[in-house]
Design a protein around this ligand. Sequence first.
Ligand code: NAP
Ligand code: ZN
Ligand code: ZN
Length: 347
Amino acid sequence: MSKVKAYAALSPTTPLVPFEVDRREPGPTDLVIDIAWCGVCHSDIHQARDEWGGSLFPMVPGHEIVGKVVRVGGAVKRFAVGDLAGVGCMVDSCRTCDSCKRDLEQFCQKGAAFTYNGTEMDRKTPTFGGYSKQVVVTEGFALRISPKLDLAGAAPLLCAGITTWSPLRHWKAGPGQRVGVVGLGGLGHMAVKLAASLGCEVTMLSTSRAKEADARRLGAHEFALTSDRATFKKLAGHFDLILDTISAPHDYNAYLGLLRVDGTMVLLGVPPQPAPVAAHALIGGRRSLAGSLIGGIAETQELLDHCATHGITSDVEVIPVEKVNEAYGRMLKNDVRYRFVLDLATL
Ligand code: NAP
Ligand code: ZN
Ligand code: ZN
């Protein structure tokens, strides 16, 4: 065991504070990673404030981790000391169930080991995330990061990137398809970049008029203001695929009306409260309402390789660790352009 500096939420109602966690001695298949950068995801806020219920405290959030390998166990094959490595939302899974065999570890039937606010597969040892100096992870759940990428900008690919990539791939987004992205924050800006890189016709649907120029710079072909009711008339029946990244409760029915016949709206945002869905919003156009959770390890590697090839990273605002509470406050006011990333050298 070694003691590692971290930042933690000690309760749902108090700001994050400096903290220390125990990291295990690396086993034969483990890597020890010195964390350089960690993105701040809205899921960190939901969980640190226990908005989804069942949060475990003390909690060290952070699942968009990039750093350098400083130790490897004797059986590690794909990583060596000095390599770059990334860790996303999971650190292990059962590896034997149907989901795991299909490279869908996020849906592990025994329950994956999530990077924080969970336990290792022993169901006893708590997991602590990337708001810390080091992490120990089994090599099968570590991702390769190309040195060609800006590393602070690469960190958010581990959650915001894969969460938007996976539904684009699953619903076969490509040229000729109209994709609507709802909410221009961390997930939304990656969705715009990735959908544009796949050749889709991308429309940004946002409550923030001030983000229009950015949306177009990120790759959106159109911008529509959702605080304007006229938008829902003008774009009725328009989209093949909508990715909904909104973090707060909102009316799903209004957005379902924007789908074409056989179109699909995928919920990515996880508002704490449920919202009603009217059958009428679906049956008229044989529309689907779906959901998607991050992505498997192989698909995450596919995304990272796609980003290295196309030079895609997140637009980040790098901050020292002690500003994380301020960053949470700004995200809650939709004031994020477009991902806060913690510089762990400041811890
Ligand atoms: P974020 O950076 O805070 O962005 C959320 C955006 O949603 C805001 O910038 C804003 O965009 C829009 N929004 C916020 N409140 C709104 C409201 N009341 N009405 C309408 N629009 C609103 O958050 P994020 O990190 O992208 O995460 C978004 C959500 O996805 C969170 O709920 C998070 O937990 C969830 N998530 C899910 C997965 C998954 O696997 N499914 C993975 C990661 C995160 P505009 O200013 O453009 O309106
Ligand atoms: Zn996340
Ligand atoms: Zn499994």
